[in-house]
Every structure is written in structure tokens, then in C-alpha cells.
Ligand binder design. Sequence first.
Ligand SMILES: [Zn+2]
Length: 528
Amino acid sequence: MIEFEVSDKDLLARIGRFRTKSGTVETPIFLPVINPAREVVKPRELWDLFGCNALITNAYIVKKYFGEKAKERGIHGILDFPGVVMTDSGAYQILAYGSVEVTNEEIIRYQEEIDTDIATILDVPTGWGVSSDHAKYTVDETLRRAKELENLRRRMDIAWVGPIQGGCFLNLVASSAREIGNLPFHIHALGSPTPVMEQYLFTVLVDMVLTAKMNAPINRPFHLFGAGHPLIFPLIVVLGCDIFDSAAYSLFARENRYLTDYGTMHLKDLEYLPCSCPVCVKYEPRDLMEMPKDEREKNLSMHNLYVCFSEIRRVKQAISEGRLWEYVEMKSHAHPSLLQALKNLKKYSEYIEKHSPQIKKRGLFFFSSIGLIRPEVTRHVKRLRERYSPPEWAKILILIPDLEAKNTRRRGLYRKIVSAICKKAGLDPGVAHVCFYSPPFGVIPMELAETYPLYQYEYAYPPDIESIKHVAHQILEYINRSQYTTIILLVEDGWSRDLAEIYANGPYRDKIKIERLPLTSGVKKIIS
Ligand SMILES: [Zn+2]
């Protein structure tokens, strides 16, 4: 029985188990592309040396080279691979060469006859740089072919992939995802993102993937065709891609290119091999350069695969620890396009918040204003706005900045601060309500100061200007929906004073009284 069961989640990523007739695979999973006509690394080696239990090959190429023989021996026999085999239909060849001399019906039947585990209809990839009319045609034609599947398929034990088209036309991607999503497919795939990835247009990739994800059934695994550079694994997993495949490990090796999780190097530029896989432990860059081309290609392919599989394991470990955001933020600094793509998640912060876990096993690390996109921040801002109102007795609002070790949140200390401030201003401390303010969460009412994750996080002080503006904005939003008669903002030298400056010349100048945080020297004593 074909099933997808999710056991762990972080952001839109999930650890899942997808059951097929040849075994269960754990997602997120990277499927190496095997060209059965040119096996540089043999499928059996993938199984034996890499513990790789699933791969993808092209049904069109298998048909062309093996024809009837593959029907007799089965795809697992032809490849000598006991794991899960996914077949693509030849759609990529349509994209690359214009047409393929095979019909949807033939390729559906053929995939059943060669006993594949995961099969793909003969979709029509949209491609890149095409007109919207052509893109619309690819969406409609792919949908027509997708609808043919129900009448053509004869076996019920094969999982079928429903490809989503539309390219960079997001309205078409959305309608394609909805229409294909209404059909009984087991997996959805986003077609033709390869040119987008090759040109490092990761911001566009985020838009394409999330548009497809938001419109396709979320309980089905999501496949990204042609994603095989470890550089982008953390980002695409964050976007909710469960399965991805690529021949990059082998194509790059053919051109003497060496993959790392932070980019691609040319072998001739390497003084050292920055990796500890069996290949890199055995050879120096010069050894690789001097060996015969075939041997070098094989060794580089092996190294490239080791790097891909290691990166997947690191991403999965980050999901299980609940620190995928920290991981993707760190990895996104490998290339400006990646960081830009991560920033583009801001557009989707509400969707991401909706699907992210509420509680994690550990506290959060915030490094800069990029962390403001995190679902935990979106959630706090939203909940404070929609569900929180200050206590009825509260007439005076005292806003106290968080210090680095959150010392001002200690009951003994903030009470002393309130009493000192009220004494100085001649106010009644009995009606003073304390809210802490700090990046990244903004306003934290005293009653919530110890709830997760409002206390369980660490922040890299001092905050950048975007984070300060964010906090300033949150304070204003909070004040505007409250009924306090007096508002006192306490500041000390540094970021909290910079924040107060934002109000100095604006319409809130008279409404917000700015006072120096008292007992600051006392706080320092408490810290020591
Ligand atoms: Zn290596």
C-alpha cells in the first residue's frame, strides 16, 4: 500500500516515510539520476557504498536502450538495484530536444511493465523564457494527460507523480497545482525549475515552489525535479520539498567540478580537498587531475554523491532538533542569491507560521533581522494583536528594555525599577503594567515573559536597524490598541536609545515619555 506518514516537522520541512512496493524511503530524500546507458557510478554501488535506497532513472531512455528486455527483467533487474526505483517519463527530453517519439499511453504502460515503483506521466514541461500562451498550453496539455492516467493504468501498486506546470507564471502554477491536486496522484512534482536553479534565480524558485505547495494537497509528498546541488538542499527542504533528484553529481564530475555544500569548485583551483569522504582522504587534488579521465570522473562523481548525502543528513538532523531555521540561515550566507531567496520568505511568513510546529525542544537563536521572518515571531505578533488585552487595572504602561541576559525580567529587579520610576514621576505603582521590549519579538507583557519561546531564545546584540524599527513598530501597534493613560519608555545607552530616537520627532513625541532606565548600575552588579 502506498502511504506517506509524517513524523517530524520544522518550518515547511518534514521527516516522512513514503511506502512503496519495493520498500519505504524516508524523506526528505535525494534521488541520484542514473543514466542506464552510461553508468559512471553503478546503482549497486549506490546501494552498497552509500546506503542509498532509492534512485531515479528515465523511462524514455530505458525504453530506447533496453526496450522489451526491461519488461522481461524488470527495471530493478536491469539496474541491479534492490531499492526503490522512480522513473521520469522523458519530459526533460521534450524540454531539451523539443519532442519525444513516445505517447503518454505508451510511457504509462511501459512504466507499469518494467515494474517501476514511482512513475511519472508524460507531462509537457513549461520551460523558461516562454510566452504565457505557451505556458498555458503546457498546463492544459499536462492536465489532459494527467486525466488519461485513470483509464490507462492497470496496476494499483505503483505510486504516480502528478507534475505541476506553469514555469514562472505563478497564476498558472497555482491553477495547475489545484487541478492536478484534485486528481488521485500520490506525489506532486514541480516541473522545469532546472534553468531557474542553474541561473541561481533562487528567489524565483521560492515563488514557484511555494505557489505550487500552497495550492496542491499538503498531505502528499512534493518532488522538485532537477535539484541536485547540496548548496540549495537546506532551502528547498525548508520550502517543503520532500523528494528531489538530479544528475548534477555526474554532470559536474565530467567537467572536473567538485561540489561542496557551499558552492562548486573547479578541481584545478583546489590546493586542498575540503572533505573527508573516502575519495578525498585517499587523493590529493593533483592525483585526481593526473589520473585518466574516466577514473577522475568516477572519483569526482563519488565525492559529489558523498557531499549530497551528507548534506541531506545534516538537514534532517536539523529538522529533528528543531533548528532548521538556524541551519538554513547559516547556509544561506554561502551565496547572495540564496540569502535573497531566504529574505523572500517574508512574503509567505503567515503560510509558514500556519504549518510550523508550536513548540520545540530547544530555544531559538536569532542572529539578525532575517530572523524576524521566523514563524515564532509572526505567531507572537499575531497572537498579541488578536488575543491579548492588558489587564483592566492597568493605567500606566512601563516599557522596560531587555538586557542581554534578560536580567530586567527578574521579578525583584523590575519591581524595583517600577517603584523607582513611579516615585520619581509621582505615579501609583499599583496601576503600572510592565511590558518588556526587545528584538525579535517586540512587546512582551510581563504575564507572558516566561512562556515559550518568549524567554527561551538568544539574541546577537546589538540589534541591526531593521530589528530596532520592527520593535519600534510593534510598540506603536501595541500602544494604539490599548487604553493606558500614561506610557513610559525606559531606555539606556545603546539600541533602546536608538529606538526612542525614532519617536523623538514624530506624532508620538508627547504621548510616550522617555526616561532613563534606573538602577542600571545596580543591574550590572546583579549580573556580576
Ligand atoms: Zn570528498
